[in-house]
Design a protein around this ligand. Structure first.
Ligand code: IVH
Length: 669
């Protein structure tokens, strides 16, 4: 292919990929398989790697992320981002309608046109488009200025990078970034599994995600966005409804439940309709936003200092019910964390029967001042299990006792402990407490770790109950004839299990490391740690300070790793696993050369030839170490385009060498 043909092919691919993104994430109507989609993306990624100078602006390859943002620059909003005034009752809504007519000097019987939209519970975002390309994404901040989160926003597949149709040359569009409920529940489950604190609700999870420094991590969190407000110096449209129609045409995801209402009575019907229906949506909503449709009217009405006069939020009363607390169960997880769950007298809440409520930890019980047999107020959020938000103290009997968090493990009787700065109590008997032993084995065989599909939780329990396994090394000593006689087993299923276990010996080091279940070490972190350390021996020898040089490893995690290796049971376990042939160092072919051996390299800025992740991998493949901050120990600073000024300054001050992309390419070529 000559240069023109390459450019043409890259354009074609980018367009096709974005069109399929749009069909999948905006229209929810994909027309090709995931496999076919991945093929297109791979082809484009391949071409971009070969011809880095020809990479198109806003190429869809940016959606997978890879850029690290250490500090999000502050940006002033062109139009301040106001909030909405709230109403909680139909009377207040009538009052809003009456006032609008008064200010607009319309007769009282006039039916004002309103657009009703669901109020999405996420974080607001401002997107700037110029000549059809997304140029900037900024958070609300204090309304006057917010954080530039463009690289993270680009990973959200429903936010168009390039517009279609007859779009305005320059405009701003605002909307809400949110985390779908299913994604939120999966994320929290994963967090709890590695001993991380779960997010309180999808909104916190979404805003926490947008603050992540590694955009490839943001990409994995599957955020979504609805857009609802178009702003421009000269809008050629006369109504908000028309603006929304155009936003849709240009490729934005506009909520399909938006309706045009004639007069306040239709607004009320919309509000009533969604009061229950909203619980069946895949995202959280907390009300309805009512906006005057006519843009001329909007202009006349104007804004107060805090909010526009032409719009109002109707907030639904939180769905609550009162019921009696029957008892509290305590569940012990894989990491030993004890989670209290309230068992309740069944009660109907937003159409579902509730029997249990989550209490999360001891602090929450304390804060609620929960007593035995209390009548508690449960509230429905987006999640399946509701929360206890209060206690009806008037119904408390004189002699009821305050609930005291258990002091000993309900499973093994060991005294519970609590770490400083942590809300959770946990059972320290990690090698002798049944749910912890089983949980660890279940984690080890799970899909993202050793992926032994022939071993499910039930089989693991069965093997444990028959004293055949009590840790993951025991798995590799199992024999077919030991399994055959067990319940529901036979020659074939036993052989299947053994084959699966045997096969797992091929899993790479990073998966084994993740499988070991070190507290706070999730899948992605295990990968980073494995690549950095190179082998389990090196990892074991690293000091907390050295560990903290690895990206995303802070004090808690470094401490947790050291703690893991300080236990002789873990060392013995690793020795046995090694003897059985599991992988405890990074793949041999991962190692390319020793050209960077012993060198500690800091990366800054963006590069033509490589993404951040690729560069890091390249450094590691050539025996070097990548760290995040410049110090005396840094061998050189690899500076791409727009390197961080702080890093450059520090390097100059300390006399650390600075290499550009070309110079570095020569070193590793
Ligand atoms: S319009 C000037 N429409 O609610 C009007 N806001 O309490 C700007 N929100 O900051 C807001 N869904 O983050 C609008 N359909 C919707 C919305 C919505 C959620 C959020 C938004 C805003 C907050 C105001």
């Amino acid at each position: 292919m000559n240069k023109e043909e390459i450019i043409k092919r890259m354009q074609e691919l980018a367009e096709q990929i974005e069109e399929h993104n749009y069909r999948y994430y905006v229209l929810d109507k994909p027309t090709i398989s995931d496999y076919e989609f991945d093929k297109l993306l791979e082809e484009l990624q391949h071409l971009e790697k070969q011809y880095p100078d020809l990479v198109l602006p806003n190429s869809p390859t940016q959606r997978v992320g890879g850029t690290i943002t250490k500090i999000f620059p502050t940006v002033k909003h062109q139009y301040p981002m106001l909030s909405l005034s709230n109403t909680y009752s139909i009377e207040e809504l009538n009052e809003f309608d009456r006032r609008e007519k008064e200010l607009l000097e319309l007769p009282l019987h006039h039916k004002v046109e309103y657009v009703c939209e669901l109020k999405i519970d996420g974080l607001s975002i401002s997107l700037i488009y110029e000549n059809g390309l997304l140029v900037r994404a900024v958070t609300r901040g204090d309304g006057i200025q917010g954080d530039d989160v463009t690289t993270n926003a680009k990973t959200i597949r429903s936010i168009p990078l390039k517009l279609k149709g007859n779009y305005l040359k320059k405009f701003e569009v605002r909307g809400e970034i949110f985390m779908p409920i299913k994604v939120f529940e999966k994320l929290n489950k994963e967090r709890e599994e590695v001993g991380d604190e779960p997010f309180a609700n999808p909104r916190n999870a979404a805003s926490g995600t947008m603050k992540l420094q590694d955009s490839s991590e943001v990409a994995k969190r599957h955020l979504d966005a609805f857009l609802y407000y178009l702003l421009s110096d000269e809008l050629p449209y006369s109504t908000h409804w028309e603006s929304l129609k155009h936003l849709k045409e240009w490729g934005f995801k506009v909520n399909e439940n938006t309706e045009l209402c004639h007069g306040i009575d239709e607004v009320k019907r919309y509000i009533e309709k969604w009061e229950d229906k909203r619980w069946h949506l895949p995202y959280e909503t907390d009300g309805v936003v009512v906006k005057v449709n006519d843009l001329k009217y909007q202009k006349t009405l104007g804004n107060t200092a805090k909010s526009p006069r032409w719009a109002v939020a109707f907030k639904y009363k939180p769905e609550q019910a009162t019921t009696q607390l029957l008892s509290i169960s305590y569940q012990v997880g894989r990491t030993g964390v004890v989670t209290p769950v309230a068992n309740l007298e069944p009660v109907l809440l937003a159409g579902t029967k509730v029997k249990r409520a989550s209490l999360h930890n001891a602090d929450i019980i304390e804060k609620l001042d929960l007593h035995e047999h209390d009548y508690v107020i449960v509230e429905k959020g987006g999640e399946i299990i509701p929360k206890i938000v209060g206690v009806d103290k008037s119904k408390r009997t004189l002699f009821s006792h305050k609930i005291k968090f258990i002091t000993h493990c309900p499973e093994c009787g060991t005294k519970l402990v609590r770490n400083e700065d942590e809300a959770a109590y946990y059972c320290p008997n990690e090698f002798g407490c049944r749910p912890q032993i089983i949980g660890k084995i279940v984690h080890f065989v799970s899909r993202k770790a050793m992926d032994i599909q022939s071993l499910g939780e039930e089989t693991i329990e069965l093997l444990y109950n028959h004293h055949l396994i009590k840790n993951v090394a025991d798995l590799y000593e199992l024999k077919v004839e030991q399994i055959v006689p067990l319940e529901r087993m036979g020659e074939k299923s036993a052989q299947n299990i053994i084959n699966g276990i045997e096969e797992s010996k091929k899993r790479p080091f990073e998966r084994v490391l993740f499988g070991l279940g070190i507290r706070h070490v999730g899948e992605t972190l295990a990968k980073k740690i494995a690549r950095n350390a190179g082998s389990i021996e090196c990892l074991q020898q690293m000091s907390e300070e050295e560990l903290m040089q690895i990206e995303d490893v802070g004090e808690t995690i470094a401490h947790s790793i050291k703690d893991f290796f300080s236990k002789k049971q873990n060392i013995e376990l690793i020795e046995r696993l090694k003897k059985h042939g599991l992988q405890f160092e990074i793949e041999k072919n991962f190692h390319q050369s020793d050209k960077l051996k012993g060198l500690t390299i800091v990366i800054s800025g963006t590069f033509k030839r490589w993404s951040r992740d690729e560069l890091k991998e390249l450094i590691e493949r050539n025996g070097g170490k990548n760290t995040s901050s410049v110090s005396k120990k840094t061998s050189f600073l690899l500076a791409g385009e727009d390197p961080g000024p702080e890093k450059m300054k520090k390097a100059r001050e300390l006399g650390v060498k600075i290499l550009n992309e070309e110079e570095f390419a020569k070193v590793v070529s």
